[in-house]
Ligand binder design. Structure first.
Ligand SMILES: Cc1ncc(COP(=O)(O)O)c(C=O)c1O
Length: 357
């Protein structure tokens, strides 16, 4: 029997989250499933979200795996092409290309052949990462329309830098700058990520691009996905592989980072940073043992964690330990580890067996 860390991916939660997000905005949905479906497995995620109007990915290989799984949804390559050599495969896969920089325009200008690529022109309205100056939008649309390899109309996009902070005026400024830049241009528009969809109605546009919300997780620091009507998709569990009582004064784990103040039952669970469980969790961070809460004591090791079983007196070898999931939000663990849930989900490593239900 496998006692090691494993994850369950709940397809019905993915579908429910897609429905819930759809319900918040009169917009088509470009489901963001890059980074292996935010660590949930791109193919099972794509299958569960086959009702999405399009998928968005960051890498050509991600698009390839979606097509190889037999899915024919529209796919947008969010960072566009990295090299000319990617042109042919993206044509074969029927991808829609984001164009965010002059070298990508030049690639399309130089391409021969009869394929015509659908294009999303990306404008930088304040993220200062990818995209053209908003003021250049009309001229760029004209250039793209003149390009034989491009199929019009040119769609228009931008990305929000601070939408997860409902009090930050940057988002309103970005939305306004985008609106001014694309005014009068044909083509569909997309602005919003999950936070934009939920907190900034003016960013919803023709298409929304939710990622994290589809996985049941909140983009907002102070709220969990369940507060937003979303259901967690990933449950990460392992099992106790040892239980022992340590004496008062015993120091547990590497560096002796925790000292027992009294005789304490310690459970050892088979999960660690080698599985993507964050090493920076401090003493007292919660795990679930059925209805009981265990508290991490000592440092997280590569393959193991040590848990104070004070609240779970009956816990024994073989019992399941939940690291995050339904009832223990990954948002909580991320906060305690000083990171964001995106990083934890994407960071689950290849040795964690994934079961899709
Ligand atoms: C361009 C773009 N759009 C949309 C998203 C989805 O964002 P979120 O997961 O916060 O909904 C991302 C994610 O990083 C992105 O890079």
């Amino acid at each position: 029997m496998n006692r090691a860390a494993r994850a369950t991916i709940d397809s019905s939660a993915l579908r429910a989250n897609l429905r819930a997000l759809r319900g918040t905005a009169d917009a088509r949905i470009m489901a963001v499933i890059k980074a292996d479906g935010y660590g949930h497995g791109i193919v099972p995620v794509a299958r569960a979200l086959a009702d999405a109007d399009a998928f968005a990915v960051a890498r050509l290989e991600e698009a390839l795996s979606i097509r190889e799984a037999g899915l024919s949804n529209r796919i947008v390559l969010l960072e566009g092409l990295f090299h000319t050599e990617q042109l042919e495969l993206s044509a074969q896969l029927g991808l829609e290309l984001v164009v965010h920089a002059p070298h990508q325009l030049q690639m399309l200008d130089a391409v021969s052949g009869s394929h015509r690529y659908p294009v999303w022109l990306k404008l930088d309205t304040g993220m200062n990462r990818l995209g053209f100056e908003p003021g250049a939008a009309a001229e760029l649309v004209r250039r793209l329309n003149d390009c034989a390899a491009v199929r019009g109309p040119i769609h228009l996009m931008t990305h929000l830098a601070n939408a997860d902070d409902p009090d930050d005026a940057t988002t309103a400024r970005q939305v306004e700058a985008f609106g001014d830049a694309v005014d009068g241009l044909p083509g569909e528009r997309t602005i919003a990520n999950t936070a934009g969809m939920l907190a900034w109605p003016e960013s919803r546009a023709d298409w929304a691009r939710p990622g994290i919300g589809l996985y049941g997780v909140s983009p907002f620091a102070s709220r969990n996905g369940t507060d937003l009507g979303l259901r967690p998709v990933m449950t990460l569990v392992s099992e106790l592989i040892a239980v022992k009582t340590v004496a008062a004064g015993a120091r547990v784990g590497y560096g002796g980072a925790w000292t027992a103040s009294q005789p304490t039952r310690i459970g050892v669970a088979a999960v660690g940073y080698g599985d993507g469980y964050p090493r920076h969790l401090g003493n007292g961070s919660p795990v679930r043992l059925g209805e009981a809460t265990g508290r991490i004591v000592g440092r997280i090791s590569m393959d193991m964690i040590t848990i104070d079983l004070d609240d779970a007196p009956d816990a024994k070898v073989g019992d399941e330990v939940m690291l995050w999931g339904d009832g223990l939000p990954v948002e909580t663990i991320a906060r305690l580890a000083g990171t964001i849930p995106y990083e934890l989900l994407c960071g689950v490593t290849g040795r964690v067996a994934m079961r899709v239900v």
